[in-house]
Design a protein around this ligand. Structure first.
Ligand SMILES: O=C(O)CCC(=O)C(=O)O
Ligand SMILES: [Fe+2]
Length: 302
């Protein structure tokens, strides 16, 4: 539950860092669920268990296996086919619907809250091991506003990003950074660069680093510019980014499923997983839906 001071801080600054939010039991269950997925990948490649989910994943990654999409908790923005992999399991669902997070979201959004489909796993291996064409979610993150990566129909949606640290986020492994939120912060131009990102000329103020310990969360206003540098360590940095919004407003990704989480009870995890499976089957039959509104012929992108 947020205090009145924390809510005021978030409303003024557009971010808030909170340590010790997600109970260890919920994080442990997520780790066990991911261990199952990663061991299966490793076994298929003839790689032994390396003493933990992240070291084993590291070996899978070093072997050149394409591991990100099968572990991500949503479908991709690229073309979806009938067997595009993704992961939605009971431990992930327990994380998305845990009271510790929903109480925080309720403090900012009120009592009727929906879990949006704009959510990702981010496991970032050491940058020196990441190929130039690797998916954006496993490498550094360029400056952007979250509002800008949803469709414009959601531009007035009351939404908060909840970034959950599964490992400590440090300077060395690429913690989140924000730029100060201007009063009435407008949407900044984004360009389809290496990632969809704000050109440097449109960024103001010094980056503010947001270190947080495993189990903590970073809350972000949809308009705050944020980024993360390379993971310069030899270990993986692990987080999830989740998003919640007022129920009834557009999510900005209508071709993916959302579900109400408050007032409870939320649907069972299998119901949510099945909605993702249905969305995948539909998307595979339909014309591709681009998730970005930005084109490179804008004058900002020259
Ligand atoms: O973890 C990262 O590198 C970026 C996360 C992010 O952009 C988000 O959660 O909205
Ligand atoms: Fe973001």
């Amino acid at each position: 539950m947020l205090t009145a001071d924390q809510i005021a801080h978030f409303q003024r600054d557009g971010f808030l860092v909170l340590d010790e939010v997600v109970p260890a039991a919920i994080r442990d269950a997520v780790e066990v669920e991911y261990a199952g997925l990663v061991y299966e990948m490793a076994a298929r490649l003839g790689i032994d268990w390396r003493g933990g989910v992240l070291p084993t994943l590291r070996a899978v990654h070093d072997a050149g296996h394409d591991w990100f999409q099968p572990l991500d908790i949503s479908l991709p923005g690229s073309r979806i086919v009938p067997d595009t992999p993704f992961h939605y399991g009971p431990a992930v669902h327990a994380l998305l619907t845990c009271d510790a997070i929903l109480d925080i979201a309720a403090g900012l959004l009120g009592p009727r809250i929906t879990s949006t489909p704009i959510q990702h796993l981010r496991i970032k291996p050491p940058q020196r091991t990441v190929a130039a064409d690797a998916p954006a979610h496993i490498t550094r993150t360029m400056w952007h506003q979250d509002r800008a990566v949803a469709h414009p129909e959601a531009d007035a949606t009351d939404m908060v990003t909840v970034w959950v640290a599964m490992t400590d986020a440090t300077e060395a492994n690429g913690y989140l950074m924000v730029r100060p939120l201007a009063p009435g912060q407008p949407m900044l131009p984004h360009c389809p660069l290496e990632q969809t990102a704000i050109p440097d000329a449109h960024l103001d103020g010094d980056p503010v680093p947001l270190p947080v310990r495993a189990g903590g969360v970073v809350l972000l206003d949809p308009m705050i510019p944020h980024a993360a540098r390379d993971n310069e360590t030899e270990d993986c940095r692990w987080s999830f980014d989740l998003r919640y919004q007022r129920t009834g407003q557009p999510t900005g990704r209508a071709h993916f499923p959302d579900f109400a989480v408050r007032p409870g009870p939320p649907p069972d995890w299998r119901t949510v997983r099945d909605r993702w499976l249905d969305a995948r089957a539909r998307a595979a039959q339909a014309p591709h839906v681009p998730i970005h509104r930005w084109t490179s012929d804008s004058p900002h992108c020259a």
